[in-house]
Design a binder for this molecule. Structure first.
Ligand SMILES: Cc1cc2nc3c(=O)[nH]c(=O)nc-3n(C[C@H](O)[C@H](O)[C@H](O)COP(=O)(O)OP(=O)(O)OC[C@H]3O[C@@H](n4cnc5c(N)ncnc54)[C@H](O)[C@@H]3O)c2cc1C
Length: 544
């Protein structure tokens, strides 16, 4: 059990999402007296699993697909494998088409190449050429950078320029992802699935259209060994494992504690004031894992901020789309008509359903930009309980659909309630065209969960932005918001910092190393360092 709130701590962390719990676990284990404060009745933030349809059907209302979690440094350092199980599906991406065909990308190269070749031999050849390079780049550059404080642009580019693999990667980061996909692949279906594969690495098409991709996630079109996993029993189990680790390390977690102010004394962050009138002091640091506007404008106030910081806040960009979610309890998992063509489609972790052409995909992008409800229904989904039977009662199933949506769409005079019901119907209707068993008879229960809902629960997801900051060239890598702030003892340690939103744990992990260093505490772990990783490449003379 957690301990009661005291008046003084070494460090205070705002927010008990995964970033807050990871940061807290590292520093509590390092011997600091750490408090994590959370405004909700539960912890985990975007790691939520709830029985919102019928008892025994566990629905992941926020995050579902977790990228390569069991291989992250924090999962290993914190020995989470003893508490949390991640399932790595053999087939990661699947896309069925109206003509009865389907394309599936799996972990196995030969199988994936054979699948691509059914659509285009040339595209399969391209994939074969790029795959080994992409696997090497992901393992040697992308992942080390994901869990390290970003290097300054010039130093990074100098280091990368020393090796063929680095130069190759750099050239890719300077390309517009959409252009690259269109240039490399000829087949429309292959192009579409590649875009789906890269754009969901923390982004959606809007961001894929950025001029460049400094983070280099476009390389993920071609790798297969690194990918999305499913947390057994539901996403909340990761939160539970982290919470137990944090408490076992000596940390204190206090729920229903809404932080209203960050206390500043003599230019230093000295503690927090809660909405219920209590205040708590932090001797060494305060770290925020929530959005930048709540942290600086609401909790500190513009009058205490420098002009430069105010400008930075004003220029900060949020993701210009939200998610309309539909969670379903089913008798049978969706079965695709296209399974006759490609049986593995039924088991692929992430389905792209509804868009058959690049033009159809682009139409949703245009609609969202214009504030309209997309006319062409197209969504992401997946057979969660087929991959992890513990998420539903025996023999029954769960699935979900995420549809891209403006935060406040023009509903054409309809009530919010009618819109939710009608749009959910439209998703199911579209689904049934691909999966004939997606009929009313198969559906035991349904739950609509939109940005209006998740921004009420997670007030840090400002403007419906699930990532708490847009993934565009101006805000990623060396342009990220930054862990250290101009206010002494105040740190940012969540999604606005590299490597950004999504369940990566990166910002909490990196901030832990940085805060330990600033406080002169010897780290009990070996923090990853991009510089070391890139220098090692150069020393080994690794070529592409
Ligand atoms: C519908 C949806 C689908 C998603 N799908 C995926 C996915 O499949 N894969 C993926 O990787 N990511 C996904 N995400 C994104 C992912 O959930 C977030 O990026 C992630 O939760 C961010 O983690 P965090 O620790 O930074 O913040 P959070 O998880 O949001 O945690 C922050 C915590 O701070 C608390 N807090 C806020 N304000 C205060 C305050 N004033 N005082 C005290 N506490 C406060 C919040 O209540 C919250 O618990 C999805 C999100 C949504 C909403």
């Amino acid at each position: 059990m957690s301990k009661p709130l005291e008046r003084n701590y070494g460090g205070i962390i705002i927010g008990a999402g995964h970033h807050g719990l990871i940061l807290g676990s590292y520093l509590a284990k390092a011997g600091l007296k750490i408090l994590v404060v959370e405004r909700r009745l539960t912890y985990g933030g975007g790691l939520a699993t709830q029985e919102v349809t019928e008892p025994g059907f566990y629905h992941n209302l926020h995050s579902i697909n977790h990228f390569h979690i069991s291989e992250t440094p924090w999962f290993k350092d914190l020995s989470l494998d003893g508490k949390v199980t991640y399932i790595t599906p053999r087939h990661e991406f699947g896309q069925a088409h109206r003509d009865g065909t389907a394309l599936v990308l799996g972990r196995d190269l030969d199988e994936t190449l054979a699948n691509v070749a059914r659509f285009s031999r040339r595209d399969a050849k391209t994939f074969r050429e790029w795959n080994p390079r992409a696997e090497a780049i992901t393992a040697r550059i992308l992942l080390p950078e994901r869990f390290s404080e970003p290097l300054p642009q010039r130093e990074r580019e100098d280091l990368l320029s020393r090796t063929a693999i680095g130069r190759d990667f750099l050239a890719t980061t300077r390309r517009q992802p959409l252009d690259l996909v269109e240039e490399l692949f000829e087949n429309e279906h292959v192009r579409l699935l590649m875009l789906f594969k890269i754009s969901l690495f923390g982004t959606w098409l809007t961001d894929t259209l950025s001029k460049t991709s400094p983070m280099g996630s476009v390389i993920r079109a071609f790798d297969l060994q690194t990918g999305y996993q499913l947390c057994q029993g539901g996403s909340f189990n990761l939160a539970h494992g982290l919470m137990e680790t944090f408490l076992a390390s000596g940390g204190t977690l206090v729920l229903q504690a809404h932080v209203e102010r960050i206390l500043i004394e003599g230019g230093r962050a000295s503690g927090i004031a809660l909405a219920d009138g209590r205040s708590v002091r932090a001797n060494a640091f305060v770290a925020s894992t929530i959005d930048v506007h709540q942290t600086f404008e609401a909790m500190i106030g513009r009058s205490q901020l420098s002009e430069e910081l105010c400008r930075k806040l004003d220029g900060f960009q949020y993701t210009p789309w939200t998610l309309f979610g539909l969670h379903l309890a089913l008798h049978e998992s969706p079965r695709f008509r296209a399974a006759r063509f490609e049986p593995n489609i039924d088991r692929a972790l992430k389905w792209s359903i509804g868009a058959d052409t690049m033009e159809e995909l682009a139409s949703a992008h245009r609609d969202v930009q214009a504030g309209r409800v997309p006319t062409m229904v197209q969504f992401g989904a997946g057979p969660l309980s087929l991959i992890d039977p513990t998420q539903a009662p025996a023999g029954k199933h769960t699935t979900y659909a995420w549809h891209v949506m403006p935060l406040d769409p023009d509903l054409g005079g309809r009530s919010e309630q009618d819109f939710r019901a009608e749009f959910a119907d439209a998703i199911i209707e579209t689904w049934a065209r691909y999966c004939p068993n997606m009929t009313a008879r198969n559906i035991i229960g349904r739950h609509v969960y939109t940005a209006r809902d998740y921004t009420r629960e997670l007030i840090n997801m400002r403007d419906g932005d699930i990532f708490m900051g847009a993934f565009n060239a101006e805000q990623v890598m060396y342009n990220h918001f930054g862990y250290r702030t101009p206010i002494a003892n105040l740190y940012m340690a969540g999604s606005p910092c590299h490597p950004g939103g999504a369940i990566s744990g990166g910002a909490g992990y990196i901030a832990a190393g940085l805060i330990a260093r600033d406080l002169g505490i010897k780290a009990w772990w070996q923090p990853w360092e991009a510089r070391r990783a890139l220098e090692a490449l150069a020393e080994e003379g690794v070529s592409a």
